[in-house]
Design a binder for this molecule. Sequence first.
Ligand SMILES: [Zn+2]
Length: 243
Amino acid sequence: MAEQRQEQRDGRDAREDARTVGEPWGRGVRDEEARAWEQLVATARRTVTDGLVVGTSGNVSVRVGDTVLVTPSGVPYDRLTPDDVTGVDLDGRQVLGSLVPTSELPMHLAVYHSTGARAVVHTHAVHATAVSTLVPELPAVHYMSGALGGAVRVAPYATYGTEELAENMLHALADRTACLLQNHGTIAYGNTLDQAFDRTAQLEWMCHLWLTASSVPGLTPTLLSEEQVAEAGEKLRGYGQRG
Ligand SMILES: [Zn+2]
């Protein structure tokens, strides 16, 4: 990993040379972006400590104005420092930092283009990924699906990092704030990093719950109706404001 970072540093040197011949590519980090970066790194570390991510297998982003700060590709989160701020514009052009942005950038940008999201969390959480290989939609075993907009869909498989995967994800996210990615993992968004993280954790928990309930021999879990989930969703929105 040290080697990779060195290569990336070298890459920055090359681009800085390019800047001197008239190809501006970067700019300074604004205060608001520096604060958002700290929160992004804390959230990314939490995905590991809470068991939602192993190694560098997930990624996190947060939008500040028209800049999207993202976790860089292949750098363990415990090694990220304030100097590693990595940011792109809404078209994916790098405007901050020298590390290579996550390979899942197309999914993150698609969410920002299509929703009012301010933060996105993507993981390979084990129970959620297991469910993504079994069903086209997570059965409504718990009313907390209401907090994600309804029964959580599974986006059909496509190679990681592709526009095709981003498109499949957008279809699955219609009227939802989270979905599963077949044979891959989870994606959730929110108004804040905490909200995107909490939705991811709730989704992983619900997937664990369904796997547990549906693995009892001879018994089948009771499911909630669409109306029951929607009613809980309404109530949960009010609960959030009182909390
Ligand atoms: Zn992934």
